[in-house]
Design a protein around this ligand. Structure first.
Ligand SMILES: [Zn+2]
Length: 215
């Protein structure tokens, strides 16, 4: 089932690799279709992954289709889908620059217009929660910002969105802004971008950025 979604989910996983957000088997994406979740299988390296490997689970985590075990992070994804009905896709990575902030237990403050544009504020940091349980999902939703991005303490990154395309974009840009923040910090003492300017940029970007349909 879900052949088209499998292909889109596969391409999204390939993008995680392309943008250096994951290594070998780490990270995962899930997508909600009707009342089911399609998610990466556990421990399958990206170069071995195929569209048919994705596992269909219900919202309680029962495997509906697939002959592989779903990701160890499935409980985290499911917790988010159960508590945020607006979410259609969840991405988790250990993308290195953003994860460095997560390991330091720091939020990622707004230094750049790029962060203001896409995220509209700092990227919050969760309390520590153990892998493989709902606790990460719970900790993430407690502090998640309006743009659906959060740093997982001592761990990595979690982003949510309406669909795969939107969520993937956030995962890629989060790593980019974390990288530039890291570089700026190594070169000097960057100042935070003004809060009202950040809000203005976010609103403008959400209204005007990208291609609008021609009539
Ligand atoms: Zn992880």
């Amino acid at each position: 089932m879900y052949e088209e979604h499998r292909e889109e989910l596969y391409q999204a996983h390939m993008s995680l690799e392309k943008y250096n957000l994951v290594e070998y088997t780490s990270g995962n994406i899930s997508v909600k279709i009707d009342d089911y979740i399609l998610i990466k299988p556990s421990g399958v390296p990206y170069d071995k992954l195929t569209p048919k490997d994705f596992v269909v689970v219900d919202t309680k985590g029962n495997v509906i289709e697939g002959n592989k075990k779903p990701s160890v992070d499935t409980a985290t994804h499911l917790y988010i889908y159960r508590h945020r009905t607006d979410v259609g896709c969840v991405i988790h990575t250990h993308s290195p620059y953003a994860s460095a902030f997560a390991i330091l237990g720091e939020t990622l403050p707004v230094y750049s217009t790029a962060q203001a544009d896409v995220f509209g504020g700092e990227i919050p940091i969760t309390a520590y929660a153990a892998v493989g349980t709902e606790a990460i999902g719970e900790a993430a939703l407690k502090v998640m910002n309006k743009a659906g991005a959060v740093l997982l303490n001592h761990h990595g990154v979690l982003v949510v969105g309406k669909n795969i395309e939107e969520t993937l974009r956030k995962a890629i840009f989060l790593e980019e802004v974390a990288k530039t923040a890291y570089l700026a910090r190594t070169m000097g003492n960057p100042k935070y971008l003004d809060e009202s300017e950040t809000t203005k940029l976010y609103e403008f970007h959400n209204k005007h950025y990208g291609q609008t349909k021609l009539q």
